[in-house]
Write a protein that binds this ligand. Structure first.
Ligand code: G6P
Length: 369
């Protein structure tokens, strides 16, 4: 087993550090930015359906559902098709409205999650086209779908999903770009810019991983916190949910992820000098808004750990701790902003003596209801 861990103490840490490579693998052969070339065989088969779709429904569970939420922002923004993101377990039991014109995208690392599989069968029986995004080749979900794309992240052993998430988001970004360019909602220059930027992501993830030592220091300070709040807006809202999920899964600290603007409708009541608040505050279209959210937290003496874009000076002047990540396009931010959150949960869990790779009560793949 120690050989399989490749010198890392846990599979989770190995998988976090594999991300520059796994993200590259998930786009390999699918994109050449130089010639504005995008190709994904699974999509090509159903290109007309995707281009003419009136609605896309995404079904998934857990971390894969968070990747689905990022895709909602991407597809609506770049391809202008309405997207609904559903927990597979709710979707399958609520007599959902599904038509033959719908495209259902099922996202699953393992390809074996029972609820996601059942949601697919239901959508299929109503005539929808089902597109799968799986990591495990030949898995049940990969076989049950009409077409799909593998994430090619390699085996993920740690129960808490890390590299599968970033691979899913990468593939979903490619899909949004393909549909957007075919529908004419994403103009060629913008598409080109995005492709060039996407190519730089693996090396920027590499840089984000160099924050590891700094994150160890921050983890030391907050490892005994009983609660934690994660805030983000826009593309970083799903990342806030994912950061909170990672922390609760492996460290057993109660954590809540919230869209930062919703804080005033509840979570703000929890904030006092003992509450760590992790704010994803990168330079994007909601930056000014999140600056006010940080002020609101500080006014109530919350401890702010801010994930910011390199070179930012406004948030660092207010926050208790600052983690700087490389600048990128807003559309691609989740691929970078999630990295420090994965590391933070990992180190806190290790410091608390938790079984990081096999947390209590959780399974890597939930094949029963
Ligand atoms: C379990 C795992 C999670 C995972 C979820 C969905 O709860 O512990 O890490 O995100 O299932 O799994 P899937 O294989 O469908 O992505």
């Amino acid at each position: 087993e120690s050989i399989e861990k490749g010198g890392y103490e846990h599979f989770m840490l190995k998988e976090i550090f594999e991300q520059p490579r796994s993200i590259l693998d998930s786009m390999r052969g699918r994109m050449i930015a130089e010639s504005n070339h995008l190709m994904m065989s699974g999509i090509r088969e159903f290109e007309n359906k995707f281009v003419n779709a009136e609605r896309i429904i995404i079904v998934a569970c857990g971390t894969s559902w968070h990747a689905g939420l990022v895709a909602e922002y991407l597809i609506e923004d770049l391809a202008r098709i309405p997207v609904e993101v559903e927990y597979a377990s709710e979707f399958r039991y609520r007599n959902p409205i599904i038509t033959e014109k719908d495209i259902v995208i099922a996202i699953s690392q393992s390809g074996e999650t029972a609820d996601t599989l059942a949601a697919i069968e239901l959508a299929k029986s109503k005539g929808a086209t089902i597109f799968g995004i799986c990591n495990v080749v030949g898995s049940s979900i990969a076989r049950a779908t009409d077409a799909g794309a593998y994430t090619h992240a390699g085996p993920e052993i740690g129960v808490a999903s890390t590299k599968a998430f970033t691979a899913q988001v990468t593939v979903l970004t490619l899909i949004a770009m393909i549909i957007g360019s075919k529908r004419g909602t994403l103009e060629t220059t913008k598409l080109h810019e995005l492709m060039v930027e996407l190519e730089t992501i693996p090396s920027k993830v590499e840089r984000a991983l160099q924050l590891n030592d700094q994150i160890v220091e921050i983890s030391e300070k907050y490892k005994d916190a009983p609660n934690c709040i994660y805030l983000g807006r826009g593309y970083n809202f799903p990342v806030a949910l994912e950061g909170a999920l990672k922390l609760k899964e492996i460290s057993y600290i109660h954590a809540e992820g919230y869209p930062a603007a919703e804080m005033k409708h509840g979570p703000i009541a929890l904030i006092d000098e003992h509450m760590p608040v992790i704010v994803i505050a990168t330079k994007d279209s909601s930056y000014e808004k999140i600056v006010s959210n940080v002020q609101e937290v500080k006014a109530r003496k919350g401890k702010v750990i801010a994930i910011v874009t390199e070179g930012d000076t406004t948030i660092p002047a207010m926050a208790d701790h600052v983690i700087e990540i490389p600048e990128t396009s807003e559309h691609l931010t989740p691929l970078l902003s999630v990295i420090p959150l994965q590391l933070l949960s990992y180190h806190i869990a290790v410091m608390r003596g938790c079984n990081v790779d096999q947390p209590r009560n959780l399974a890597k793949s939930v094949t029963v209801e």
